[in-house]
Write a protein that binds this ligand. Structure first.
Ligand SMILES: [Zn+2]
Ligand SMILES: [Zn+2]
Ligand SMILES: [Zn+2]
Ligand SMILES: [Zn+2]
Length: 313
């Protein structure tokens, strides 16, 4: 539908009228052959029923933009604001109409913020019947419903995850049990265990050792038991807990670390270690999978545990 002709000030050239709605062309398009021009909405509705020009009945399957001169003529027309019935006095060039409408203070649907403090933005004409408490109540209700839905979903997913964990645990045990049955099975089980270690390592936080000198190279049984419990709690794969704990004491460390003297000689190499924090403890694991760049005289399989008096960040 075009712009109602009575809204224009002054005469409007008949060339600028839409033959379908008889109003002033809105977003005009023209028929390529006969060059008759129509409002976009009018002609689209028309050709959805019959593919002919409404003026001369020529076949019409395509539409194209009208020439610039026609657009210029249209844009120079002066029109009143469509909110004039609500008191808007503005008279605008047609090409400035849409930007005015977005701003027009008389638009009854203009979104305005409620000044009663609820913070909602509502159409101006709904401001009168607006009740902050009622609106906020409705908002709370809908959000509570959403929270409930999310909680339900989280619960469902949690039980699914537990189910999957149980299955995974079973599969892992089966693979371990079948390890000896064939070289393929052994390779698969080894790979599975390597992946378990990598997953665990990725779940740990990278640690920085600031006082290598505070390393406890001969931890007593009590301290070892504490660290072992923390390792297990951190999700350390059961098959490496014992091996790792074995490597927390200088008597089982590799040659580069096995005595105070060699440790002092190799001290520069400490900075190359990728260390992971054992949660809650002044201790780190240095896993072989994180440290492929470290030479064998400074590393052990599956890794080292280093306990400190302090200085872990
Ligand atoms: Zn029209
Ligand atoms: Zn035509
Ligand atoms: Zn206005
Ligand atoms: Zn309000």
């Amino acid at each position: 539908m075009g712009f109602e002709i009575h809204r224009f000030t002054g005469d409007v050239d008949a060339e600028l009228l839409c033959p379908i709605c008889s109003e002033v062309l809105e977003e005009p398009l023209q028929a390529p052959a006969c060059e008759h021009a129509f409002c976009s909405a009018c002609i689209h509705e028309w050709i959805s029923r019959q593919p002919t020009c409404p003026v001369d009945r020529q076949s019409l399957t395509q539409l194209r933009p009208v020439p610039r001169i026609l657009r210029n003529l249209l844009s120079r027309l002066s029109i009143t604001c469509e909110n004039s019935i609500y008191g808007c006095q503005a008279i605008l060039k047609l090409d400035a109409l849409s930007s005015h409408l977005a701003e027009c203070q008389h638009n009854p649907k203009k979104p305005v913020p409620c000044d009663q403090g609820c913070g909602m933005v509502i159409p101006m004409d709904e401001l009168q019947g607006h009740n902050c408490v009622r609106e906020l109540r409705a908002l709370i209700d809908s959000q509570q419903q959403k929270i409930q839905d999310f909680q339900q979903e989280i619960g469902d997913q949690r039980s699914q995850i537990n189910e999957l964990k149980r299955e995974l645990y079973m599969m892992q045990n089966i693979m371990r049990a079948m390890r000896g049955s064939s070289p393929t099975m052994r390779a698969m089980a080894d790979e599975m265990e390597r992946n378990e270690v990598i997953r665990w390592s990725n779940s740990l936080v990278r640690a920085r050792v600031t006082r290598w000198g505070s390393m406890i190279s001969t931890p007593d049984a009590l301290l070892q038991a504490m660290i072992k419990r923390s390792l297990a709690d951190s999700g350390c794969p059961p098959h490496i807990v014992e091996d790792l704990m074995e490597k927390c004491h200088e008597r089982s460390w590799p040659p580069g670390l096995s005595s105070l003297e060699t440790r002092q000689n190799n001290r520069r190499q400490y900075e190359g270690y990728v260390c992971k924090r054992i949660p809650g403890k002044q201790a780190v694991v240095v896993l072989q999978c994180d440290n492929p760049h470290i030479t064998l005289d400074m590393m052990a399989q599956p890794g080292l545990v280093m306990i400190f008096a302090h200085g872990i960040e």
